[in-house]
Design a protein. Structure first.
Length: 92
């Protein structure tokens, strides 16, 4: 499913214009993005949690040359689905 598909579903189910539906979807994604950029987590009941985690520097290996390299520290985004979502997926 793409962002355009989500806009289309909102247009069909709620009756907003396509422009209003697109603005709504963009607004929700912007709020989520800004929240995650500040390091806060997003918890959506019945859906799951989005959390930004810090990964430290670590050693890795170039698979082509076998040379050891340092993989730099970075932030990663994780998603953990709720039990409700897991049950919904497994029952269909």
């Amino acid at each position: 499913m793409t962002k355009a598909d989500i806009v289309e579903k909102i247009y069909e189910k709620i009756g907003f214009s396509k422009k209003e539906s697109a603005e709504l979807v963009e607004l929700v994604f912007d709020i989520m993005k800004n929240t995650l950029e500040t390091g806060d987590k997003i918890k959506i009941a019945g859906f799951g949690n989005f959390v930004v985690k810090e990964k430290a520097d670590r050693r890795g290996r170039n698979p082509q040359t076998g040379e050891e390299i340092v993989i730099t520290a970075r932030k990663i985004l994780t998603f953990k689905p709720s039990q409700v979502l897991k049950a919904s997926i497994n029952n269909h």
